[in-house]
Design a protein around this ligand. Structure first.
Ligand code: SAH
Ligand code: SF4
Length: 368
């Protein structure tokens, strides 16, 4: 009987081997299947032509190959593709593909349907939380774009995916187990084979899981969505701060940088006039002093329900200059796909508008 909750991409190489053994198939069949999934990017069992049809039919009857279906897609003038993908249970998530002129190509994936953190400026946060994604649903987002790139190569563009970021819908560290299983599969030489250094997790600051990440053998990049240098302001912008305030978060970041030997990125959305005054720059420099880090400034995207002041290029440069003058590594993120709604959750919100914001703010007790 089909297992409706699992897909073949949910299985690690070891689990796939065991599964094939249970079906009485020789070990090399699992290697062939891994090759079809992670190197040939097939989307159906029918394409696995060196696997006997009888065996393919038996596998398909137990477990579908992938759990994703594309339902809507927008392409930006800059080549960014944003896709609305439907899961087997009918829920929808977003993923994005960003080709760069230097031949690099980044895929941005979701880790949850909706998000439990509820940042007021974020289209995903405005949807509320529905469920965690499985490892297979995460891996499938990357495979979807790998297949797309294979079928529709970009003339003079990148021929393969070089980077993966968890900056789509959801809080990856609130779905740690499944995100980590997906990363292991994506990194494995008999999986997608993407180096840990080319994978970045972006988090709103789930401190216990940052500590856990620091102990993993695979050293992935960590980006922390800071957005404010004081607890008073961050409590409002990132409600998780009420549970894990800066006094807890920043030491955990410092330790991550020291243990991993990797520089942390602090993402800072600039809400003009709200978090980018001289005072904010001074506080920020002071709080981040001594952490091996880099600050990435992001221009606020307006969402339907949070109409903040979008900064101009000059506003962004003025704030950057103040930080650089105080000795910080600071760059401005080159916003991608602005014409198609660059922020996470914006495409889904346009197609399925969220209900109005709750009157009561998020209860910190329910946060991860
Ligand atoms: N939950 C994780 C990862 C997903 S959000 C996190 O918060 O880090 C990925 C990035 O998109 C975060 O830095 C987030 O702050 C940013 N983002 C969300 N809404 C935005 C908006 N309206 N304008 C600009 N950036 C936004
Ligand atoms: Fe969740 Fe990140 Fe959006 Fe905040 S910014 S609501 S943590 S997805």
């Amino acid at each position: 009987m089909a297992d409706n909750n699992r897909f073949l991409t949910d299985l690690s190489a070891n689990e796939l081997r065991t599964f094939m053994e249970e079906l009485g198939a020789p070990a090399y069949r699992s290697r062939q299947i891994l090759q079809w999934i992670y190197h040939d990017f097939v989307w159906s069992y029918d394409e696995m032509v060196n696997v006997p049809r009888g065996l393919r039919d038996r596998i398909a009857a137990i477990m579908p190959l992938h759990g994703l279906k594309m339902v809507n897609e927008l392409t930006s003038r800059d080549g960014t593709v944003k896709s609305l993908l439907e899961l087997a249970d009918g829920k929808t998530i977003e993923a994005a593909f960003m080709p760069y002129d230097n031949g690099h190509c980044t895929v941005c994936v979701s880790s949850q349907v909706g998000c439990p953190i509820g940042c007021p400026f974020c289209a995903t946060g405005q949807m509320g939380f529905e469920r965690n994604l499985t490892p297979g649903e995460i891996v499938d987002q990357l495979l979807y774009y790998a297949r797309r790139l294979k079928l529709t190569p970009i003339p003079n563009g990148p021929g393969f995916i070089s980077n993966l970021v968890f900056m789509g819908m959801g809080e990856p560290l609130a779905n740690y187990k499944n995100v980590w299983s997906a990363i292991e599969r994506i990194n494995a030489p008999d999986g997608f084979g993407l180096g840990a250094r080319n994978i970045t997790i972006s988090t709103a600051g789930v401190v216990p899981q940052i500590n856990q990440l620091a102990k993993e053998t695979l050293q992935v990049g960590l980006a922390v969505s800071l957005h404010a240098p004081t607890d008073v302001l961050r409590d409002k912008l990132v409600p998780l701060n009420q549970k894990h305030p800066l006094g807890e978060l920043l030491p955990a970041c410092k330790e991550y940088a020291e243990l991993s030997g990797r520089r942390i990125t602090f993402e800072y959305i600039v809400f003009h006039g709200y978090n980018d005054t001289d005072r904010h720059a001074r506080y920020l420099a002071k709080r981040l002093a001594g952490i091996n880090c880099h600050v990435n400034l992001i221009a606020a995207n307006r969402t339907e329900m949070f109409r903040s002041e979008t900064p101009t290029g000059l506003d962004m440069m003025a704030f950057q200059k103040q930080l650089v003058d105080m000795g910080m590594n600071c760059t401005i993120r080159n916003s991608r796909g602005v014409d198609i709604g660059g922020g996470c959750g914006q495409l889904r919100s346009r197609i399925f508008p969220p209900p109005p914001l709750p009157e009561t703010p998020v209860n910190p007790q329910t946060l991860p």
